[in-house]
Design a protein around this ligand. Structure first.
Ligand SMILES: Cc1cc2nc3c(=O)[nH]c(=O)nc-3n(C[C@H](O)[C@H](O)[C@H](O)COP(=O)(O)OP(=O)(O)OC[C@H]3O[C@@H](n4cnc5c(N)ncnc54)[C@H](O)[C@@H]3O)c2cc1C
Length: 402
């Protein structure tokens, strides 16, 4: 007889894990989280920079981050949350927008502090080259989190008798009937090679076992692969996967451990990472696709080092230790797609986080669980993040991206 679940969460990254926790903590049972690789080797949740901030341009992104930060404060030790602040440098052209947003941030993101260049140099003395910097925003309640610990925390809190974690299974098809998903077909992806072939080249294993599972509610939290999954139930998503690279650099000249996340006027970001420096930069011309090549020395020499050395003499002698590439799932308005799927009665989605899924993950899980279980958002109204907004031209105006 086919297995059956009340809730099937497709994708067990940080978002799927948060949803599993929230559903089970709300009393739901019969939950399955299906992933072709629960360890998340290719998933974005294991390949990100761990930055956390509530300073966004749009109220809904502020609200999602702020509510999540309030939670991370409570579980800081377990989730590796370091509330050391988030510093963002601005040039003169971008400064007027900061002034426009300061009231919004102080009202809803937690208090933020504006710094002049000399105040930046006083608080962050390693910044000794501040040419072109008009000022900075410092948000002391933001900071850094350990995404792996946070994901483990969500999974650990998801009640064992309510959630089955189904690993090494690819969702390859769904059965639909009368506007609902009735069942999903899982194909085994037993080897690392099979997982890699699927997640990097969309190649399905050919000789592996297939299982059919009946479901009452289906949740697409498949990260950068959500568009492929959506095609199985007849939907075309507007989001695209885009490669983002980060590198770890040996930095002897200065100890960055007292500081949280820092963002340069150029968009380069960096922070202390286990005695080293982690830096990332979103190359604007990056083409969409499931690209995981890490360009190592070229990325360091062309994109990271010039920007870092331009800000501090302490960054003149950095040594590249390693790095990696992961995927942003980017929506047309750089904000997540969350909520029920129009035209299909039992399908919900939470994906397309456009580079900010970790920091918003707690509040997303809680709000979506409310919607699924009670038919309405209770903690935060996420209706403006519905996927339908693109059909109606109701784009959000989120611009604070790195
Ligand atoms: C370099 C980089 C830096 C970043 N920095 C930050 C940051 O500082 N702060 C922040 O908040 N966010 C950051 N992000 C973004 C953040 O990592 C993502 O928004 C977040 O991890 C998305 O989580 P997810 O659970 O949706 O996706 P994922 O973690 O990718 O999980 C999706 C899962 O779905 C599974 N899957 C997909 N298709 C199928 C299928 N058909 N069958 C079975 N399983 C399937 C995959 O195996 C995967 O495990 C960064 C991302 C990158 C790449």
């Amino acid at each position: 007889m086919a297995r059956s679940y009340d809730f099937l969460i497709a994708g067990g990254g940080i978002i799927g894990s948060s949803i599993a926790m929230a559903l089970s903590e709300s009393g739901a049972k019969g939950i399955a989280v299906v992933d072709c690789d629960l360890s998340g080797k290719w998933g974005s949740s294991e390949r990100n920079a761990g930055g956390v901030r509530a300073t966004w341009a749009t109220p809904v992104n502020i609200a999602l981050s702020k509510a999540s930060i309030d939670y991370y404060e409570q579980v800081a030790a377990e989730a590796g949350f370091q509330q050391k602040g988030y510093l963002w440098l601005y040039d003169a052209a971008a400064w007027p927008q900061v002034l426009e947003r300061i009231d919004l941030w102080n009202r809803s993101a937690g208090s933020v502090i504006l710094l002049t260049p000399s105040e930046i140099a006083e608080r962050f003395p390693f910044f000794d080259r501040l040419e072109g910097v008009r000022g900075a925003v410092f948000s002391p309640k933001d900071g850094l989190i350990n995404p792996n610990l946070l994901k483990a925390h969500y999974r650990g809190r998801a009640l064992a008798d309510a959630v089955d974690w189904i690993d090494h299974r690819i969702i390859e098809a769904v059965d639909m009937d009368a506007g609902r998903i009735r069942a999903v077909h899982l194909r085994a992806a037993a080897s690392e090679k099979a997982v890699e072939a699927f997640l990097t080249a969309q190649a399905l294993p050919t000789e592996e076992k297939v299982e059919r599972i009946e479901v009452k509610t289906f949740i697409n939290s498949a990260g950068a692969w959500a568009p492929q999954l959506a095609r199985l139930y007849g939907k075309t998503l507007p989001s695209v996967p885009i490669r983002r690279q980060v590198a770890v650099l040996h930095c002897r000249a200065v100890d960055l451990s007292p500081y949280g996340m820092m963002v340069d006027t150029s968009g380069l970001y960096f922070h202390h990472e286990a005695g080293n420096l982690l830096a990332g930069y979103a190359v604007p011309a990056e083409p969409p696709g499931y690209h995981f090549d890490y360009e190592g020395a070229d990325f360091f020499m062309n994109e990271l080092w010039p920007r870092l050395a331009a800000r501090s003499r302490f960054f003149e002698r950095l040594k590249l230790i390693g790095g990696w590439a992961g995927l942003y799932s980017v929506s047309p308005d750089y904000s997540a797609i969350i909520g029920p799927v129009a035209g299909i009665q039992n399908v919900y989605e939470a994906h397309s986080f456009s580079g900010h899924g970790v920091m918003q993950s707690y509040a997303v899980g809680r709000a979506l669980a409310e919607y699924i279980l009670h038919g309405a958002y209770e903690s935060i109204d996420l209706s403006m993040l519905s996927g339908e907004r693109f059909e109606y031209g109701q784009y959000l105006s989120e611009t604070m991206l790195i």
